[in-house]
Ligand binder design. Structure first.
Ligand SMILES: Cc1cc2nc3c(=O)[nH]c(=O)nc-3n(C[C@H](O)[C@H](O)[C@H](O)COP(=O)(O)OP(=O)(O)OC[C@H]3O[C@@H](n4cnc5c(N)ncnc54)[C@H](O)[C@@H]3O)c2cc1C
Length: 404
């Protein structure tokens, strides 16, 4: 088995891995970098996979991050189509599908993979959406406008897909086991979310379980739900969640508990740092341990893990990762955004006007987060202020009194 070596190894070729590579290249340009990714494409943007309209082309070249070219010129070794299979922390070696890679410091950025319920796994025209090829297969299956579409899972990806399909004037059903999808952000947020989809003509089946998938005599297919309803489902897209891609680390000795457990500097073990969707770490900004499955966090952690992987070699102090989780989602022409941290026991103050809705999460006199349907300017102001401790008085003064 061929063995190669580098200063900084990065496993995972998406946004966290890319940002780590960019940061090392900038921060310590003399260090050699290798990136192992089991995808055959260089790092590309995932968010457009559930947002680009079905009738528009989804071109890989337009999705690949422009920074990839700079990194190639810098000499980064992109080991694409290569699967990391085992990590030897003591020996600082990654065993992978075509050999082994030795490193001085490592960034693990293997992210997450989509969960597929066993009852739906292996059936024709059933898709999850995580990678470019998933999106291409799903779009191909939808090319026949007569095919019915059911989406199982009404989280952000399910909601975006429902919006994408409905936007083409097609009938789509959205099914979720939870009675109140997005209810973790509060009942009022759930109601806004429900109204958004209902208003766009989506058939909603919340609080129902899929009990069977039935192929009918006429060639069409339906999902049978726990209340007995039959939902047309020639094409099924599943968005019921993801799990950290950490199987390959099972024997590494790293602590794996619904993610790679790291300290505040994203350090998982000697000379090993981690970044992105797969990471569980204590976020000092909130005094809470968390794992975040959103793009901005993965980018920010990629930067910190990159600095720290380089500093580990240079003998410089490590940086702490204390950030403000943020996500956005685009559904039916409405941008939904959240910033902050919701533990679950905060009071929620609601502000609605013709520009949209704003929800402020409040613990005593402190604002811990903000969620908005549109209201982009208000949202940006509060998101910016959340960079430091934000008092209720300061946040509420930004919104006109009659809105609250
Ligand atoms: C369709 C879609 C839409 C999204 N939209 C939004 C949005 O609107 N807003 C938002 O905030 N977030 C969004 N997200 C989430 C966001 O894309 C993720 O948070 C982000 O991609 C996480 O980046 P990551 O680098 O941690 O991991 P990932 O993107 O999961 O990438 C991990 C990489 O590691 C590779 N890998 C895994 N295991 C191995 C191994 N053993 N060996 C080699 N390589 C391996 C994978 O193939 C992959 O390339 C969306 C995600 C999807 C799928």
């Amino acid at each position: 088995m061929p063995q190669t070596s580098c200063d900084v190894a990065i496993v995972g070729g998406s946004i966290a891995g890319l940002r780590a590579a960019q940061t090392v290249a900038r921060h310590a340009p003399d260090l050699t970098i290798a990136m192992i990714s089991d995808e055959t494409y260089p790092p590309y943007e995932r968010p457009p996979l559930s947002k680009v309209g079905l009738t528009k082309p989804l071109l890989l070249d337009a999705l690949i991050y422009p920074a990839v070219n700079d990194l190639k010129s810098h000499g980064v070794n992109f080991m694409l189509g290569t699967r990391a299979e085992e990590l030897d922390v003591e020996g600082r070696t990654i065993r992978h599908s075509s050999g082994a890679l030795q490193y001085r410091s490592l960034v693990v950025a293997t992210g997450c993979e989509a969960v597929m319920p066993p009852a739906l796994s292996g059936l024709p025209d059933v898709f999850s959406l995580r990678r470019y090829e998933d999106a291409i297969s799903f779009r191909r299956a939808l090319a026949d406008p007569l095919k019915s579409v059911a989406i199982v899972g009404a989280g952000f990806i399910g909601g975006e897909l429902a919006s994408m399909v409905a936007n083409e004037g097609r009938q789509v059903a959205l099914v979720d086991l939870a009675r109140k999808p997005l209810g973790r952000f509060g009942d009022a947020v759930f109601r806004s979310y429900e109204a958004l989809h209902r208003g766009a003509g989506i058939e909603l089946h919340f609080g129902e379980q899929v009990t069977d998938v039935v192929q009918q005599g006429n060639g069409s297919r339906v999902l049978k739900l726990s209340d007995g309803t039959k939902v047309p489902a020639d094409v099924i897209v599943v968005g019921v969640g993801v799990r950290p891609s950490t199987e390959w680390l099972k024997r590494s000795g790293l602590r794996l508990e619904n993610g790679i457990v790291c300290d505040g500097t994203l350090r998982a073990a000697d000379h090993v740092f981690a970044a992105g969707d797969a990471v569980r770490w204590p976020n000092r900004r909130w005094g809470a341990e968390m794992r975040v499955e959103h793009w901005t966090n993965a980018a920010e952690q990629g930067r910190v893990a990159g600095v720290n992987a380089a500093n580990d070699i240079l003998g410089s102090p490590l940086e702490v990762c204390a950030n403000i989780p943020y996500f956005w989602s685009d559904q039916h022409g409405v941008r939904i955004q959240f910033s902050g941290h919701r533990a679950g026991d905060e009071e929620i103050a609601e502000s609605r006007n013709s520009g949209g809705s704003l929800f402020l999460y409040r613990k005593g006199e402190i604002v811990t987060g903000v969620l908005a349907f549109e209201r982009r300017a208000d949202f940006v102001k509060i998101r910016t202020m959340l960079k430091s401790e934000l008092s209720w008085q300061a946040a509420s003064s930004l919104i006109s009194r009659e809105d609250l």
